[in-house]
Design a protein around this ligand. Structure first.
Ligand code: ADP
Ligand code: MG
Length: 356
């Protein structure tokens, strides 16, 4: 069942389009991530779902209840939607406990117990209850904001770039904690981010936004492997894109003949491979028979567990000089140094991109 339905939402600010014809179904209990560069309309879309912005045209409904259509608007406080804005927005003059208990209807010890339970659920130590927001780290502030939103027992949780202020290690652990917490609470969640690796890791549905439009949505792995166009391909990670001739399920290109996942016969097209689909093998001085293309490593970018290599193809499969540079991802410890002569072969299918 879908919890949230967005249907053709559009919004302009003074003639400038912030959202254009956005439609999306969010399955109940899912973690949907909206990813896009800064200014693509992500916050505007979340604020519209929360009820702080209203669309010029379009409809939206939650659990079958219409929240907005051409004639009717349910105000934000009646939507039962939790919203954690980009900066967390804690009340600076209230303690942690007061922030979390802000919207609770209960009083006295019952309220205290509920606040303690919420603090526990977001892994905040009970001795932090009387601290002020400025006495907390970024990660702790985010958890207070989340607990405050969870206190309302929302039907839907909206998180706007919740981990962007945290450093890398904390980001990953917070992401796991929040994912587990929301799954346990069974709350349907929409998370917004401009960080592609965060999006791919958190989402069970991923929606990509660009210039106010939702350009593609689906399972993260499908979007990573089968992006519709080159911009989405490059936004979700590094990509090797090159021209090819497609014939009977094969791409003929500078790397030779590679099977394609999506057929388009006898046409010229751009194909895409992820750098981890390219494999290198060193060329021994007396090797006569080679598999794949000959290339030379021109650059080696070591980053610990992985290494990104730039290789220049020496000759295409048809024997012509190629000179094309490609990115290859390799294990950090065993990557060949710059200047090495290598063979490049491919793993899996190439993906044919649509024309833009
Ligand atoms: P994102 O969250 O993806 O960075 P936003 O939704 O904040 O993007 O903004 C999308 C576009 O809408 C931007 O061009 C922004 O300048 C514009 N915009 C957002 N809110 C307003 C507003 N209240 N008034 C005028 N323009 C706005
Ligand atoms: Mg934003």
């Amino acid at each position: 069942m879908n919890a949230l339905e967005l249907h053709s939402l559009s919004k302009s600010y003074g003639g400038q389009k912030a959202l254009e014809n956005v439609s999306l179904s969010v399955p109940a209990g899912s973690r949907t991530v909206i990813v896009g560069p800064s200014g693509s309309g992500k916050t505007t879309l979340l604020r519209m779902i929360a009820g702080f912005e209203f669309p010029d045209t379009g409809r939206l409904s939650l659990n079958g209840q219409t929240l907005v259509d051409g004639t009717h608007e349910v105000p934000a406080h009646q939507r039962l939607i939790g919203y954690v804005p980009q900066d967390g927005a804690l009340f600076p003059h209230m303690t942690v406990a007061a922030n979390i208990g802000f919207g609770l209807a209960t009083k006295g010890s019952e309220k205290q117990d509920r606040v303690a339970e919420l603090m526990d659920s977001v892994a905040l130590d009970s001795n932090m209850a009387e601290r002020w927001p400025h006495e907390l780290s970024g990660g702790q502030q985010q958890r207070v904001a989340l607990a405050r939103a969870l206190a309302q027992q929302p039907r839907l949780m909206l998180l706007d770039e919740p981990f962007s202020a945290l450093d890398t290690g904390l980001r990953a652990s917070m992401r796991k904690l929040v994912a587990r917490l929301l799954a346990e609470a069974g709350v349907t969640t929409i998370l917004v981010t401009h960080d592609q690796s965060e999006a791919l890791s958190f989402a069970d549905q991923l929606a990509v936004m660009r210039h106010g439009r939702l350009v593609q949505s689906g399972h993260p792995l499908d979007l990573y492997r089968y992006p519709d166009d080159v911009q989405t391909a490059l936004f979700l990670g590094e990509a090797v894109v090159m021209p090819a001739r497609i014939e009977a399920g094969w791409a003929h290109c500078d790397l030779g003949r590679i099977p394609v996942n999506n057929h388009r016969n006898n046409s010229a097209a751009q194909i895409m491979l992820r750098p981890e689909q390219l494999q290198l093998a060193s060329i021994m001085p007396h090797t006569a028979e080679v598999v794949g293309c000959r290339a030379v490593v021109t650059e080696r970018d070591f980053s610990g567990n992985t290494c990104t290599l730039t290789v220049e193809l020496q000759a295409s499969a048809s024997g012509e000089q190629s000179g094309r540079s490609l990115l290859v991802r390799s294990s950090g410890m065993y990557a060949p140094p710059a200047g090495s002569a290598v063979h490049v072969s491919t793993i899996g299918h190439a993906h044919v991109l649509s024309e833009i």
